[in-house]
Design a protein around this ligand. Sequence first.
Ligand code: SF4
Ligand code: FES
Length: 233
Amino acid sequence: MSPDAAEFPTFELDGVAVPLQPGDTILQAARRAGHDIAHLCWDARVSPSASCRLCTVLLDGRPVAACVTPAQPGSSVQAHTPALALQRLRLLQMLFVEGRHFCPGCERSGACRLQHEAQRAGMTDLHFELLDPDRRVDASHPDVWFEPARCILCQLCVRASAELDGKHVFAIGGHGLGAHLLIDSPSGRLGDSALSVHDHAAHICPVGALLPKRVGFAQPIGRRPFDDAETRG
Ligand code: SF4
Ligand code: FES
């Protein structure tokens, strides 16, 4: 290894050298270098959970979750292969059929990471049969709207409530298709929980499942985070 390489360790991401800092995951190092690896359940403000698997890359040929796997000097990472692209597309299509995601009518359109990743993945159909779950809206909280049919179980609100807000308002219960977001309150409804609209947990949802009330469409369409984003990763 050359002295320069020893001083500034790098790994290869799709053939491009990416510098890494001590403690970096693959996702962190890649993002710092301007490569946005697809992800849904990762947010820099909370610990990673590796639950969505959308960030799966090949580390020296082995599939790993980029959001939790340490970047290794001298390694070779592939984030874009036909097989990975198909796997991402199918994961996204499964999420879309498992819930109710009607983007044109959703307040988060243009600011939704699920929609953004689907666009990047070139998703044009659902591929699977729509499950159309019967999950009631929870509008019991005075300031926060909860629409369970849009929840992708990313656990970001769970971690934000525990790690940033010092509360434990949310948890995940059940398994497989029965998995769902649990709310810590006597009634199981949001309005009886300790959630405040000022909590990080009320704002961290990457889709339109948890939304502060009375601020709908405050950010005009055309000026939302993903409106001008590159749609082909
Ligand atoms: Fe994730 Fe939002 Fe569901 Fe919480 S409500 S688990 S942040 S999708
Ligand atoms: Fe890595 Fe979800 S972003 S598993």
